[in-house]
Design a protein around this ligand. Structure first.
Ligand code: NAD
Length: 362
């Protein structure tokens, strides 16, 4: 087994060090190779996704990714910006299904901005299509308007598009994931206004007919955004397009208290996948040693489950994280009165200690 480790920028290097530390105490036979990506790669090689990094990722069984980006790169041409590395990896590895679980740990119920009764026991899975939609549709660009409300004015435009096979494959992923959970899928669209999402709704309905044991409902994205804060526990698996998924998965992440807790997996049709925390490179806290490494550690657990066929080892990591939270340790983002504030490294050490303790006991 080979894992490509791409720490990236900002807090990426700090949180990745903790995830690798955790992987190293698991007694698994795997090889890791680290490479530069994002702004760090741009500084060293003039490109956010150098050929060597891409080759490493393609050849690996799984990619463990930190985060990329910094405001100092905002003035670069778009293809050279750090975030392009993620898009390049998704495209080149054919990663079309993004799994973003939003789980509220019992010990962190108080960290959510919602009332405890709304959030306690929350466990939803947002499945976002990653390769289509308005983020990739062509044509796009800037031009002088020849029609519309202001002919002659500068305008910008993007194209929203989805093909039937793209919708079919993500719908299958969602129904299959639901079969392993409580057999409910909510498909989120904007079919009342957009042709693209009328096709989305039609195709998801057709695919749903092949899964009679899974309950399917449809919801407009504006209503879904409301329901997520009104009654989030009503959802189980949510499947949606690239842009709506981008927004709703961040909303769902914050329901659980901190984006620093939430892992994600991006999968292609095989077992190969890219695993990363749901958050970005957090330049505001980078270098301070206070970032929460748990989302990255939990992403490593997802990697063991989905790409490396080690579900029991994944369980061990997740259970160690619960033990650490139960012991009262908190990074600043999830700190509350009565708990003990720790830094990034101390949190990683605590997870390692919890795994080691259980192994010794077992
Ligand atoms: P962000 O997720 O980096 O940070 C948002 C807020 O959450 C900040 O206040 C930050 O301090 C906090 N935060 C994030 N992760 C945390 C953690 N592990 N522990 C504690 N607090 C944490 O989003 P942003 O500020 O909008 O973007 C910063 C940079 O990251 C930008 O350059 C953006 O493009 C990039 N970005 C990268 C990815 C990625 O690499 N996948 C995703 C989103 C944003």
């Amino acid at each position: 087994m080979k894992i490509a480790v791409l720490p990236g920028d900002g807090i990426g290097t700090e949180i990745m060090a903790e995830a690798v530390k955790v992987l190293n105490v698991l007694d698994l036979k795997f090889e890791t190779e680290t490479a530069l990506v994002g702004g760090a790669a741009y500084e060293a090689h003039g490109h956010p996704l150098p050929e060597a990094t891409l080759k490493l990722a393609k050849d690996a069984d799984a990619v463990l990714f930190g985060a990329v980006g910094d405001w100092k790169y905002d003035k670069l041409d778009r293809p050279l910006r750090p975030e392009q590395a993620i898009l390049g990896l998704r495209k080149n590895l054919g990663l079309f299904a993004n799994f973003r679980p939003a789980i509220c740990y019992e010990q962190l119920v108080g960290a959510s901005s919602l009332k405890p009764e709304l959030i306690s026991g929350l466990d939803i899975l947002i499945i976002r299509e990653l390769t289509g939609d308005i983020y990739f549709g062509a044509p796009r660009g800037r031009r002088t308007a020849t029609d519309g409300h202001f002919p002659g004015a500068e305008e910008a435009f993007d194209t929203m598009r989805y093909s039937r096979p793209e919708i079919e494959r993500i719908a299958h992923v969602a129904f299959q994931a639901a079969r392993k959970r409580s057999k409910r899928v909510t498909s989120v669209d904007k079919a009342n206004v957009l042709e693209t999402f009328q096709l989305w709704k039609d195709v998801v309905t057709e695919v749903g007919a092949q899964y009679p044991d899974v309950e399917l409902d449809h919801m407009y994205v504006d209503n879904a955004a409301m329901q997520l804060v009104k009654a989030p526990k009503k959802f189980d698996v949510v499947v949606t397009g690239n842009m709506f998924g981008d927004i709703l998965s961040d909303e769902a992440a914050m329901l659980t208290g901190s984006i620093g807790m939430l892992p994600s997996a991006s999968l292609n049709g095989s077992t190969q996948g890219l695993y990363e925390p749901s958050h970005g490179s957090a330049p505001d806290i980078a270098g301070k040693g206070i970032a929460n490494p748990l989302a990255t550690i939990l992403s490593a657990a997802m990697m063991l489950r989905f790409s490396l066929n080690q579900p029991q080892t994944a369980d061990r990591i997740e259970s160690a994280v619960k033990d650490v939270l139960a012991s009262g340790l908190r990074t600043a983002d999830i700190y509350s009165d009565g708990t003990r504030k720790v830094g990034t490294r101390e949190m990683g050490d605590a997870v390692v200690a919890a795994i080691t303790k259980k192994t010794t006991k077992g």
